[in-house]
Design a protein around this ligand. Structure first.
Ligand SMILES: [Zn+2]
Length: 372
């Protein structure tokens, strides 16, 4: 099945929008055109010479990677150095490159959610919420006969989107009063006459970026010359938003530390696992953060995790784990993030269904750190 690269990007960004990425990051389309037709996709953690060579041999049209290949400002495309050679090879063979990095780490149902599910955790919550969205309650008063139209305008323009539902509104009936003054051109009633009208009060939640356009669109569609409406700030943002780094969840069947080590190695396909800090008697609450999540030690402790699983643990992180009286397991940066290929696969299969092109995981992507 062949689809436009643009459709693949839209599918990934519906779950992991670019705006979620950290400021220092560089995500999105790095090589190629959104108009390219894609028949075969290769997913990888890193882009290396070996990975690109594999992509060319396997006639791949698109590489979807987690770590940005073009990261710091490129000063030259000279093929006298490796990066230039890789880019030349990509362009010559019409292989596009798309990157979802910290946006995928922080997406509510992104890489960390995938890992938490892989670890068999229940009641999965975000460890460190970020970018909490700002929401408003918009209340519009309308004559009853215009209610349906107003509800359609609200829903069509993003109001009332809650989780897997949209067009969520609430309507209550009452009586509106007004007196048109000199110069008014009322839809109902007459100048200088107090008018009573059967009206509906329609309310819906609206995300801040949608508010301004929505009000302008409502005014164009509302029958009254002066639309009456209220905008009320809500505190729901931090509650509705589940984007952020790391996840925390619980085991329905707690296990002891030795069992947990064996379980983690099995679930994450690891041959080695390093650890630091206070080893708990029983593991119930587990925090997990892909890549380098040692900064989460304090937060994991504050959220009463028995263990934090992450990668890139340094000597002083081990000391911090001891000081915080928490157990930290280092499953490796690669060990936690190699699963990104499965995560991308899940996202594209779910989003594109039967239209999904063939997907393969790069076999030449590997851990740069070797245990001897
Ligand atoms: Zn990483």
């Amino acid at each position: 099945m062949s689809v436009k690269l643009n459709q693949i990007i839209q599918t990934i960004e519906a779950l992991a929008p670019e705006k979620l990425a950290e400021d220092w990051d560089n995500v999105g389309l790095q090589v190629g055109s959104r108009q390219q037709s894609i028949n075969r996709i290769m997913m990888t953690l890193d882009i290396t010479t070996e990975v690109v060579t594999e992509a060319v041999i396997k006639k791949v049209d698109l590489i979807v990677a987690h770590h940005p290949f073009i990261f710091n400002g490129l000063k030259t495309l000279s093929t006298d150095w490796e990066k230039g050679q890789i880019i030349a090879q990509l362009i010559k063979n019409e292989v596009a490159v798309y990157v979802a990095h910290t946006n995928l780490d922080k997406a509510a149902k992104g890489l960390n959610h995938y890992l938490a599910e892989k670890m068999g955790l229940d009641n999965i919550k975000t460890l460190e919420l970020s970018n909490p969205a700002i929401y408003y309650k918009l209340v519009v008063f309308t004559p009853v006969e215009a209610s349906q139209k107003i509800i359609e305008v609200l829903g069509k323009n993003g109001a009332g989107a809650i989780g897997d539902y949209d067009y969520c509104t609430y309507r209550s009936s009452g009586t509106g009063t007004f007196r048109p003054l000199e110069g008014a051109n009322p839809f109902i009633g007459a100048v200088n006459t107090l008018t009573c009208v059967s009206e509906d009060r329609i309310e819906a939640i609206v995300a801040a970026p949608d508010l301004k356009n929505l009000i302008a669109t409502l005014k164009r569609n509302h029958p009254y010359e002066e639309m009456a409406y209220d905008v009320i700030a809500l505190e729901n943002g931090g509650l509705i938003n589940e984007n952020g780094l790391g996840k925390i969840g619980v085991f329905s069947h707690p296990m002891d530390a030795a069992e947990f080590i064996a379980y983690t190695k099995d679930r994450l396909g690891l041959t080695a696992l390093r650890g630091a800090g206070k080893v708990p008697d029983i593991v119930r609450r587990v925090a997990i953060c892909s890549g380098s999540g040692a900064d989460m030690i304090g937060l994991a402790k504050a959220k009463r995790a028995d263990v934090l699983i992450t990668g890139d643990l340094k000597h002083h992180d081990g000391q911090r784990a001891l000081e915080n009286n928490i157990w930290v397991l280092d499953a490796g940066h690669y060990g936690t993030e190699k699963w990104v290929t499965d995560c991308f696969k899940q996202i594209l299969e779910a989003g594109l269904g039967d239209a999904c092109p063939e997907m393969i995981a790069a076999e030449s992507s590997r851990d740069f750190i070797v245990n001897y």
